[in-house]
Design a protein around this ligand. Structure first.
Ligand SMILES: Cc1ncc(COP(=O)(O)OP(=O)(O)O)c(N)n1
Ligand code: TZP
Ligand code: MG
Length: 219
């Protein structure tokens, strides 16, 4: 049976995001993250037609189900609905969150990208379930990066959320490595999203294992 939405949203507070590499397929990358203990995978296949994404999504979704992991898709609301994925992640250039919520209903997880408190507020009002907030630092995984937040950026955003009594999980993203995790979590974020640091490790599964055990200690 499908887990409750709150549980699917938390799933350890660590979201692995796929990215194209010459070394691993999207499926193998997701498998290694899951083997390493990650229980939240976002399938992100940029510059790829949705017809090409769909068969990969089906395979990654099946694997996530085997591991009891949350499976969300970047950008593609209709595909998430068609496959009954756990949810979608949407940025400024994607479908507005309120429209996605109308299409998907309350049970789907919808994440929104934020770089400022104003972005967070907008997504909160539109019905987002969590915020992907970043970038923490420069990364080559995403083109057209927003301004770098650093630790100070997260601290300031979380402070303003507390002032306005806004309760929404903040997932820090962008150039984060294992060494950054304690300090980033200290700012009050609820979770971390990673891609490159896992994919570039000698053993992505072992690196994820180290990261998950560090995250357990951060709780
Ligand atoms: C968890 C998380 N946070 C932010 C993003 C970025 O989404 P977006 O701004 O739409 O950029 P693309 O990922 O689509 O290039 C994300 N995908 N996940
Ligand atoms: C999708 C996305 N959005 C902001 S930064 C980023 C990339 C995250 O990947 P990495 O952990 O490799 O920087
Ligand atoms: Mg997007």
């Amino acid at each position: 049976m499908r887990k409750m939405k709150d549980e699917r949203l938390k799933n350890g507070g660590m979201q692995f995001i796929t990215h194209y590499t010459e070394r691993y397929s999207y499926l193998d990358a997701a498998r290694m993250a899951l083997e390493g203990g990650c229980r939240w995978v976002q399938l992100r296949m940029k510059d790829t037609p949705v017809e090409t994404i769909e068969p990969v999504a089906l395979e990654v979704q099946a694997l996530c189900r085997q591991y009891g992991a949350t499976f969300i898709i970047d950008d593609h609301v209709e595909l998430a609905r068609k496959l009954h994925a756990d949810g979608v992640h949407l940025g400024k250039k994607d479908m507005p969150i309120a429209d996605a919520r109308r299409i998907l209903g309350a049970e789907y997880i919808i994440g929104g990208t934020a770089n400022t408190f104003e972005d967070v507020l907008q997504h909160y009002k539109a019905g987002a379930d969590y915020i992907g907030c970043g970038p923490f630092r420069y990364t080559t995984t995403k083109k057209n990066l927003s301004p770098i937040l650093g630790l100070e950026g997260y601290t300031a955003i979380i402070h303003r959320m507390q002032e306005k009594d806004i309760h929404l999980p903040i997932v820090a993203i962008g150039g984060i490595t294992i060494a950054d995790i304690p300090a980033v979590m200290q700012t009050g974020v609820s979770g971390i999203a990673l891609s490159g640091t896992v994919l570039h490790a000698d053993s992505p599964a072992d690196e994820m294992k180290r990261i998950i055990s560090l995250m357990e200690n951060e709780k």
